[in-house]
Design a protein around this ligand. Sequence first.
Ligand code: 5AD
Ligand code: SF4
Length: 422
Amino acid sequence: MNVHDSEKIAGILSESGYVHAESVNNADVIVINTCNIREKAGQKFYSELGRLKAVKKNKPHLRIAVAGCIAQQEGADLFKKFPYVDFIFGPQNIDHLQEWIQEDSFRSALGDNPDFHKKTLPVRREGRLRAWVSIMYGCDNFCTYCVVPYTRGRERSRPGAEIYSEISTLAEAGFREITLLGQNVNSYGKNLAGYMDFPDLLRMIHEIEGIQRIRFVTSHPRDLSDKLVNVMKDLPRLCEHIHLPVQSGSDRILHLMNRGYTYEEYRRKIGTLRNAIPGIAVTTDIITGFPGETDEDFQRTLNVLTEIEYDGIFAFKYSERPDTKACNLPGPVEERTKSRRLSEILELQELVTYRKNKALEGEILEVLVEGTSETDSNKLTGRTRTNKIVNFYGDEKDIEKVLYVKIIEARQHSLNGEIYTG
Ligand code: 5AD
Ligand code: SF4
C-alpha cells in the first residue's frame, strides 16, 4: 500500500514537470513517504529526516515534504521537532501535493478528505508488467494492535468504473498482471450506492482484454465469503493464491485482538478454499508477543503452521502503537520472549516452505517472465500463478511472455526450472 502511494506521489511530481533526481544532493524536492505500522519503520524515518537538516542548510530552496502514516499521526508536532520540514500530508491527502507543488501555499494536509477515493491520481509505475491498483482506502476493523484505522481513516471504496478504466489503460500500455489493493478487500463496495461487492468487481474486471493475471491483498478471514471462493474457482485469470492473515492460533488472543473469528472458523475457510481451488497457495501474517500471550497461546500459533502448512508467512514481533487499544491491555510480553517466539516461528516455517517447494519438483508450471535473474544474467526469472519465484535458462526475447517451466530443483526461497517445450 505504501509503495503504491509512493508511485502516486511520484506520479503527481512527474505530471508537474519534475524528474527523478540522481541523489539527495541533486534534489529540489524531497518527499519522505513514511510507514508507522511498527516502531522500527518509524526509527528509519527519523534518522533519514535528521540527515536532511544539513542538506537543507546548504540549499535553502530545497523543499522537504513528509507523507504517510507518521505524518498523519505526528501532525504539527513534526514542525516543532523538525522546523526545516515544509509540508506534511497524510495518506488520504496525497492529492494536495498537486496544489502545494504549484503554489507552496499550505503547510499541512491532514484532515478527513471525503472525496479522495473518487479521484484517480497519476501514477509513476515501477514496472512495465505488473501493477498495483487501489480499490479501497482506509479500514474500519480496528484490530486492537493496529494503527491503520487512525492513519488511513474510514473505509471507502473506489467507484467500479474508475477501477475498470484504470485497469483498461494499464492493459493497453502492456501490463499483464494487476494486484488489487485494499486493507480489507472483502468488504469492497459497502459505501457505494448501487451495490457491487468484491466478487462482482472481480467478475467485471476479469473481462478486460490483455490482463492475464489478477491478484488481490489483503483479505480479512472474517469477511471471506463462499461467493468469493466460487468466483476464484470460476475465473481463470484469478491467480491461485490467497494471503489470509491469521495473526494468532489462540482464540483468546484473537478475541483480544478484535479479529472477529476463531481459529476453527479460519481453518474451515482454508479447507473450503483448498477444496475449491486445488493447489492454491496460502500465505499469512503472524504477530508474536501480543499483550497477555502465554506459552500456551504461542504453542497454538506454532501448531497452526504445522496444520495449515503455509506457502509463506510474514511474522512480526508485536509493536505497541500510539492510540491503539492494545496499549491498555495487561501483561506486556518481554522483548526477549517476543524475539525468541519470532525465531521459533520463522525456523519452523522455513522447514514447511522448503517442504512445499520440494513437492513442486517435476511439476510443469505457468511462469510470467519478468526479466533476467539478478544473480545470473544468463537466467530468466518470473513467477508462478501461486507467486513463487522461478529461475531458468532462457532467451531475453521471452521476457514479458508466459511460458511453461518444468521445476527441477527446489530452493528455500525460489525454484529452479527449465523451459518445457512439451
Ligand atoms: N505490531 C506488530 N505487527 C503488526 N501488524 C500490524 N500492526 C502491528 C503491530 N502493532 C502486522 C499484522 C498485519 C501486518 C500488515 O502487519 O500482522 O497483518
Ligand atoms: Fe489493521 Fe486490522 Fe485493518 Fe488490517 S484489518 S489494516 S490489521 S485494523
